[in-house]
Every structure is written in structure tokens, then in C-alpha cells.
Ligand binder design. Structure first.
Ligand SMILES: [Zn+2]
Length: 137
């Protein structure tokens, strides 16, 4: 079970707290650190939607630059080397991704757009620009 952690500034202070943020895909931790996965040779932001690595393969880095200096490539999915402070739209899209992941039945575009407070057209465009796929994909 994922531990729920308080969203505090302590997230960057210990590897346990960092790992807990990764497990929780805590968006509040984005920008505070990056985590690298030795088995994949990539590094991610804490909220990366891809499947979680084994903790034993994970190392923590204070910044994307530090992870790259250690020889890791940025994850293509969460793009940790790009804007580290997601704009509100991005957070909405990330929330929508979670909705899709959590839902037993695939939510419709209308439902997702509504939840994000955007029009279906606008939602799909932003979603695609951020993830490279349509919400349906
Ligand atoms: Zn990632």
C-alpha cells in the first residue's frame, strides 16, 4: 500500500521521504528532486506516471542536471528536464491521467475535460501536447 505523506518541505531532506513522494506520485515534490532508475538509465520527476521502479534501482538527485551528470537520460514520459513547476493546466492533465489509470471504466473525453475545467477540444489538445498521445490512447 502506498503511504500517504504530508506535503511538506521535508520531501527533499531524506531518501525515505523522497521515495514516499515517488510512491505517492506526489506532484508537490516535482522540482524538489529527480529520481534515477539505474536499470533503465533514465531519470524521472517524482510524479512520473510510468510504472514504478524497484526501490533498490533508484537513486535521488537534487536536480535534473545532477542526474544527467550522473549519466542518466531524461524520461520521455514525464520530461523531468523541462519545466519543473507544472502550470495549473499541466496539473489538470496529470490529474486526468490518474483518473484514467484509476478508473475501472475508461472515462469519456467529456468527463475528463469537465473534471479539468476545460472544453473537450482544448483538453484533448493540451493532453496531446503534453503526453504525445490522445486521452483515448
Ligand atoms: Zn518519468
Amino acid at each position: 500500500m502506498a503511504r500517504v505523506i504530508a506535503k511538506t518541505a521535508t520531501v527533499a531532506s531524506s531518501d525515505d521521504a523522497r521515495w514516499a513522494a515517488v510512491v505517492a506520485r506526489d506532484q508537490a515534490a516535482d522540482g524538489a528532486f529527480a529520481y534515477a532508475v539505474a536499470s533503465k538509465g533514465i531519470y524521472c520527476r517524482p510524479s512520473c506516471p510510468s510504472s514504478r521502479a524497484n526501490q533498490t534501482n533508484v537513486t535521488f538527485h537534487a536536480s535534473p542536471a545532477e542526474a544527467e551528470a550522473a549519466g542518466y537520460r531524461p524520461c520521455k514520459r514525464c520530461r523531468p528536464h523541462e519545466d519543473t513547476s507544472p502550470e495549473p493546466k499541466a496539473a489538470k492533465i496529470i490529474a486526468a491521467c490518474r483518473m484514467i489509470e484509476m478508473a475501472e471504466q475508461e472515462p469519456t473525453l467529456d468527463v475528463l475535460a469537465n473534471a479539468a475545467g476545460l472544453s473537450p477540444f482544448h483538453f484533448q489538445r493540451i493532453f496531446k501536447s503534453m503526453t504525445g498521445v490522445t486521452p483515448k490512447a
